[in-house]
Structures are given as structure tokens and as C-alpha cells.
Design a protein around this ligand. Structure first.
Ligand SMILES: [Zn+2]
Length: 282
């Protein structure tokens, strides 16, 4: 599930790998993945790729005055391969074939097709629906007073921090880590935080997201693997001991994600109702 640190390391490695690469042809085997038709995908042919930058949780492959904007959603990957994909590879969504024989490939794992790409004129990127409403990046975190203004909403912190219009780059994995680092309950409201809590959450953005990125810089080579070695402390660790206080990490299961937290340090010792369990008991 690529979030800010995963997408940022992908952009950095691809930019390094794509220096001087020129496009030979472009294919979109995953027809539903391509969301635009003007300019046509063929407009990329013959162009030199300038690099890849991150916009929120999206990737922007830049080629002069054209930008291929990509959202990996939960199961997509954008990777550079030395050889071309078999056209029977059902994970392929968009294939950018390079003159030197390599291929920049958008793939998606699983059965759902949710990852998407849009070819836009570069000067239209900022106004695109997916970009225009984004809040500032969570890392580096905006100045504390600006951050405080963004968070001052009467909504639970867990969905609030994952709302890309509030602050960009955080998803279901890193939100658990941020709240655990700041010792805040996922069900505390943004507008109820006192100044010490705000400072803790603000500091956690740089510590956790910046720390993950530093970790990736050290352990990831030239190519970003399918599965990133995410340095997680609480997320996906339900039932294990909290690395800070030793209490049992608890989880709440939602329809398509799991929220993990330390009851001892985040919810005043209370174990929150697991919605999956309470549904089963009805
Ligand atoms: Zn703990």
C-alpha cells in the first residue's frame, strides 16, 4: 500500500534510472487504467523522460511539456525493467518502452483494476481533479501553526490524517504509526488537541515519515522491490508487544483495513470495540 515514503523512494529511484531515456512506444494493456485520450499516449513517443516526481501519493512521469500522472492506489507499482513484459502478463496496466530496450511498467497486483494513469499537458497538472484539492505534504511537515490550522477539524484523527485534502501522503499504514508515535487515540478529534498534542503529532510526521524514507534510502538498491521493507512498529502487529511499553497491541477491523494501536499509551487503557467482532455477535 504505497504512501508518501514508498512513493517518494519510487520517484527518486526512477528519476535516477531514467536519465537520458527516450520513449520508443507506449501501450496501455489495462484499458480501464488510462483515464485520458487527449493528448494521446502516442504523443510520448520519441520524447526524452526528464524524471519522476511525487505529488501526494501519486507519481508524475515528466517528458517535456507532457506529464504522465499515475495513482498506484492500493496495489499498483511503477517499476523499471531491463526487458519487456510478456503481453500476456495480466498485471500490466501501462507499458512505456524505452529505446534502450528497458521498460517503465505500471503493474497492479490482485484482481481489481483501480490504479490509473492520465496523460496531461504539464501546465494542466496542477488543475487536474486529483491534484487541485490536495493539502500540503505531510513530509516535510508544514510549519506548526499551519499544521495546527489543518488539523483543527471536529473529525477523528484516523480518517482526518488520511484525508488527502487535509494533508497529503498518509494512508492506512503510516497513520497508525503517526498516532502511536504521538501517543494519540485514533478516535480523538483534531479540534480537541491541546498544544502539546499538536506538537507531538507534528513532530511525528517528520520523525515517522522522514525516518521511513531514510530507512528506504539505506536498504533499497537501484530498483524498488514489489514488497517494500516497511519499518512498522504497530501497524500489522496486533497481538504483539508494544515496542515502547510492552502492552498488547490491539486492532480494530474495518471492512477493508485494520487500525492498530497501543491501549496503554493511546486510549487510556481502554480497548476499543472491534466492529468486526460486534457485528458477529449481533
Ligand atoms: Zn505502548
Amino acid at each position: 500500500m504505497p504512501e508518501l515514503p514508498e512513493v517518494e523512494i519510487t520517484a527518486r529511484r526512477l528519476t535516477a534510472g531514467l536519465a537520458d531515456a527516450r520513449v520508443e512506444s507506449v501501450l496501455a494493456p489495462g484499458l480501464v487504467a488510462l483515464k485520458t485520450f487527449d493528448p494521446p499516449l502516442e504523443a510520448l513517443v520519441g520524447r526524452e523522460l526528464d524524471g519522476v516526481r511525487r505529488i501526494g501519493k501519486m507519481l508524475a512521469v515528466e517528458a517535456g511539456d507532457l506529464t504522465l500522472l499515475i495513482h498506484l492506489m492500493s496495489a499498483g507499482r511503477l517499476q523499471l525493467f531491463d526487458a519487456r513484459a510478456s503481453l500476456r502478463d495480466r498485471a500490466s496496466r501501462v507499458l512505456v518502452r524505452l529505446e534502450d530496450g528497458r521498460e517503465l511498467r505500471l503493474r497492479e497486483f490482485g484482481t481489481q483494476q483501480r490504479a490509473w494513469a492520465k496523460l496531461l499537458r504539464s501546465d494542466a497538472v496542477a488543475d487536474d481533479d486529483a491534484v487541485a484539492g490536495l493539502g500540503p505534504d505531510a513530509y516535510p511537515a508544514p510549519p506548526l501553526d499551519e499544521f495546527a490550522g489543518l488539523i483543527a477539524q471536529p473529525r477523528h484523527l484516523h480518517p482526518l490524517l488520511r484525508d488527502q485534502r487535509t494533508i497529503a501522503g498518509i494512508g492506512r499504514s503510516w497513520v497508525d504509526e503517526l498516532l502511536w508515535t504521538a501517543r494519540l487515540s485514533p478516535f480523538q478529534k483534531g479540534s480537541d488537541l491541546d498544544s502539546a498534542e499538536l506538537e507531538a503529532l507534528h513532530g511525528a510526521c517528520d520523525e515517522v515519515l522522514g525516518g521511513a524514507l531514510d530507512h528506504y534510502e539505506q536498504v533499497i538498491g537501484d530498483t524498488v522491490p514489489d514488497k517494500l521493507p516497511m519499518p512498522l512498529q504497530v501497524h500489522r502487529r496486533a497481538g504483539e508487544e508494544c515496542p515502547r511499553c510492552g502492552a498488547r497491541i490491539e486492532a480494530i477491523h474495518f471492512k477493508d483495513y485494520v487500525m492498530c494501536y497501543c491501549p496503554e499509551e493511546q486510549t487510556g487503557g481502554r480497548i476499543l470495540k472491534d466492529r468486526r467482532l460486534s457485528r458477529l455477535l449481533k
